[in-house]
Design a protein around this ligand. Structure first.
Ligand SMILES: *Cc1c(COP(=O)(O)O)cnc(C)c1O
Length: 426
């Protein structure tokens, strides 16, 4: 029996009991038709924390008043700007501080990490990924494979859903890893699939990949700040994510990487180096001979984007205050309520179907609705009623209630609008 009820009073009661309720007012909300929207699009671009300005102002002030001396002077000198975010990022992805660093941008970082962790050798030259991956990841893999003189059609192994199914079975991923055991160099896939919202069993995938002698990495664009992650304990070799989705750090802002500590000083790995990855004690000697910093820091290329990092930190402070464990607890409830209401309302209508797995461990906050009738008009109807979700071709609406700035009442109001739309499209 479900403990949820389709009633406003129920939703409001849950909001009153919600210990994270206060965080909603820390964000700016966009307007639709002149009214504050119900924002369910944190999977694409997280909302702006109000504290962003204050954080930016501090570094703008340093730049204005200290200029070049801002690198080494003041409360938060830019020389070590990449240190600011480590504690929060380590908590978010389940890592040690020296295993993570904020740097670069997601796709660029994937390339940098693949240079190190995808080193095809003779017949062990394949890379395994999920079918229907985010396009940037497909292009990154294709071009990496070609860079090594290999044919993407042969070197990239894709695992997809079985016919008639929407999500990928863990057993099929593990089976594919074992089938290609002598040829697999690397497994690189999403931690949380952007289209279906499925969370993969990263722990099982990591151990299966290691068992056959392959490295393993995850793109956590949709998982960071959303799903529970224990990268260190799972033994994952590398990971990368962006900060502008659930991490609310602003469009295109600085991304982040994880490199397991066992590779912290591993000279067997190739890398494309830059001065900011060079031992900081001797960095300004400006001499030949790259000596990497220990840990993830050794993958940095350039000096940190200070203004971007300032906005990033405004959001990470909120994550630290709220705590990932509490956020996840609320998220499970909030998305559970959404799933319950969608089942109650759309049950027999045939208009839509939730393709995100129903099991708690196999999803984050997002539900993907496959639209069978009405197509994009269903999405437009939501939008006209103040719901910001997003539409993904060919026929999916993604709705992502986030525990930081969405309420149970938001989810209830969405359900009312869904009910009204269904009467038009059923
Ligand atoms: C959002 C997203 C990207 C975007 O890459 P950028 O380099 O930040 O533009 C890449 N891969 C996945 C899986 C994503 O979800």
């Amino acid at each position: 029996m479900s403990s949820y009820r389709y009633s406003l009073a129920f939703a409001q009661e849950r909001d009153r009991e919600d210990p994270l309720r206060k965080f909603q007012s820390r964000f700016h909300f966009p307007k639709v038709n002149g009214e504050a929207a119900i924002y369910f699009c944190g999977n694409s671009l997280g909302l702006q924390p109000k504290a962003v300005r204050e954080h930016l102002d501090r570094d703008l002030e340093s730049w204005a008043s200290k200029a070049v001396d801002g690198h080494f002077e003041g409360d938060a000198p830019w020389f070590s700007v990449h240190e600011r975010s480590k504690a929060a990022l380590a908590e978010i992805v389940g890592a040690k501080k020296h295993e993570v660093v904020a740097m670069g941008s997601l796709t660029t970082n994937l390339h940098a990490l693949l240079v190190s962790f995808y080193q095809p050798n003779g017949k062990r030259n394949k890379i395994l990924t999920e079918a229907g991956a985010f396009p940037s990841d497909m292009y990154a893999l294709e071009s990496q494979v070609k860079y090594h003189g290999l044919d993407p059609d042969e070197a990239i192994v894709e695992v997809g859903p079985r016919p008639g199914e929407h999500t990928i079975r863990t057993e099929d991923i593990l089976q594919a890893i074992s089938k290609h055991q002598d040829e697999l160099a690397c497994v690189m896939m999403a931690g949380l699939q952007y289209y279906t919202g499925q969370v993969f069993d990263m722990k099982a995938i990591a151990s299966a990949a290691h068992a056959v002698g392959a490295t393993v990495g995850f793109d956590l664009a949709h998982a960071a700040g959303n799903a529970p992650l224990h990268l260190h304990d799972w033994g994952v070799d590398f990971a990368a994510w962006c900060s502008y989705k659930y991490l609310n750090s602003g469009p295109g802002n600085v991304a982040g990487i994880f490199v397991h500590e066992r590779h912290g000083n591993n000279p067997a790995l190739n890398r494309f180096a830059g001065w900011w990855g060079h031992d900081e004690k001797v960095r300004f000697k400006m001499e030949k001979g790259f000596v990497p910093m220990y840990g993830a820091d050794g993958w940095q290329n350039s000096n940190g984007n200070v203004l971007g990092m300032a906005a990033h930190q405004a959001s990470l402070d909120i994550f630290q205050e709220a705590g990932m464990v509490h956020l996840r607890k609320k998220s499970v409830q909030l998305t559970g309520f959404l799933a319950f209401l969608i089942r109650e309302i759309s049950g027999e209508s045939g208009v839509l179907e939730v393709i995100t797995p129903n099991a708690e461990a196999e999803r984050g906050c997002q539900l993907s609705l496959l639209i069978h009738k009405g197509g994009k008009a269903v999405f437009d109807e939501f939008y006209q009623n103040g719901i910001v979700g997003d539409w993904r071709n060919p026929n999916v609406i993604r709705i992502a209630p986030t525990p930081l700035y969405n309420s149970f009442e938001d989810v209830f109001r969405f359900a009312k609008i869904l009910e009204q739309s269904l009467s038009k499209f059923a």
